[in-house]
Write a protein that binds this ligand. Structure first.
Ligand code: KG4
Ligand code: ZN
Length: 359
């Protein structure tokens, strides 16, 4: 079964064809994130206009070498996300469904992230960073259930218990900011541009290399409570307070860079400490056999490294997609539709910006 996936929940315009929920036949992603650098965050109006512009070229690139007869169903993100952006994907998918006479499958974007872990057809060049080889190799084995799935993105930090590929229950999530949001907001305080998670990771890696003395200490919110919930909004305030204290005391440019690197390291440590501890607590509570990571923040090497270190002596296996499949993409949408999808008539499909992730 070949599913054409369409994803436009935030600032990406993506389409992909996935066979049997696990083999990528083709995938295209266009991003408008460069347009937001000067604004410090996604501007919904611009994102939607860019999606209107990119949708047709992205679809035509994705469908190269395929005809409508190769497609069995169309999957589309209906929410959660930005309303203007969602509408572009949803209306495109409805039109294709009507004209091609194919079933349409509405997909929850947050649940879809975790289905990037069900893809097992990686080309060597898709395996980006060094430490991904073992993770990807473990992915070629069937996932052992029950599994705990951590979805960490710009808008969501959610934990799910997966009994099998099709049965999942929400067991915890963030009470305020998402982990990606915490990366982005604190990155902005340090002077980085839009989507700061990757910038923080890069600066943090320089801190390690230069071995600067670390004096900054940030809180690890809710690290020791007994729930499976997260809270990251206090981190931003703590960074603001500490940054004021240290940044006024430095004069040279070189010192400023070292300080940014040191802050980045500590921000990354604080966020990843909480994510790892809570996820492992969930795995222990539910006697899980595997831990699945997904979402944009799952691309973070330090997060993966910490999970590896923690799990080396435990009975859980760690599964994460290649970094390319962590941020928004349409492969996950098509894969999710294969496992969870309920085909409906195009007349019943509508964009739902506030779609619940608590299933
Ligand atoms: O899943 P995603 O592409 O979009 C949403 O659904 O929100 O996630 C985007 C988030 C952003 O907050 C971005 O800063 C974060 O993922 N991110 C990272 C890294 N790469 C992207 N966070 C930490 N380390 C990274 N390497
Ligand atoms: Zn996402």
């Amino acid at each position: 079964m070949n599913i054409l996936g369409i994803e436009t929940s935030c600032d990406e315009t993506a389409a992909a064809v996935v066979a049997e929920g696990k083999t990528i036949l083709t995938s295209t992603v266009a991003s408008s994130s460069d347009f937001f650098k000067k604004y410090g965050g996604v501007v919904p109006e611009i994102a939607a206009r860019k999606q209107v512009e990119y949708m047709t070229p992205v679809l035509s690139e994705t469908m190269q070498g395929f005809s409508k007869d190769d497609i069995d169903a169309i999957a589309v993100t209906v929410g959660p996300g930005l309303i203007g952006s969602l509408l572009v994907g949803v209306e495109t998918a409805k039109t294709l469904s009507m004209v091609w006479n194919k079933p349409i499958i509405p997909v929850n974007h947050v649940l879809a992230h975790m289905y990037a872990n069900f893809i097992n057809s990686y080309k060597q060049e898709e395996i980006g960073k060094k430490n991904e080889k073992s993770l990807v190799a473990s992915r070629l084995l069937p996932i052992a259930f029950p599994a705990i799935s951590l979805v960490v993105s710009g808008g969501h930090t959610e934990l799910y218990l997966m009994k099998n590929e099709r049965e999942l229950t929400w067991i915890g999530g963030t009470l305020d900011d998402a982990a990606g949001e915490a990366f982005d907001k604190t990155a902005r305080l340090l002077g980085f541009e839009n989507r700061g998670g990757a910038a923080i990771e890069e600066a943090a890696s320089k801190f390690k290399i230069t071995n600067d003395k670390l004096q900054i200490h940030l809180p690890r919110p809710m690290l020791h409570d007994h729930t499976l919930n997260f809270s990251f909004s206090g981190l931003k305030t703590a960074v603001m307070r500490e940054w004021k204290k240290y940044s006024t005391a430095i004069s040279e440019k070189q010192e400023a860079k070292s300080l940014i690197n040191a802050f980045s390291w500590e921000i990354q440590e604080a966020i990843t400490d909480v994510l790892v501890k809570k996820t492992i607590a969930a795995a222990e509570k539910y006697n899980a056999k595997s831990i699945l990571l997904s979402g944009g923040v799952a691309a973070n090497s330090r997060l993966r490294e910490k999970f590896h270190q923690q799990l080396i002596t435990s009975r859980f296996s760690l599964i994460a997609p290649p970094t390319k499949l962590c941020p928004d993409n349409a492969v996950s949408i098509a894969a999710c539709a294969y496992y969870l999808g309920k085909p409906v008539s195009w007349k019943e499909v509508e964009a739902k910006p506030d779609l619940s992730v608590e299933v």
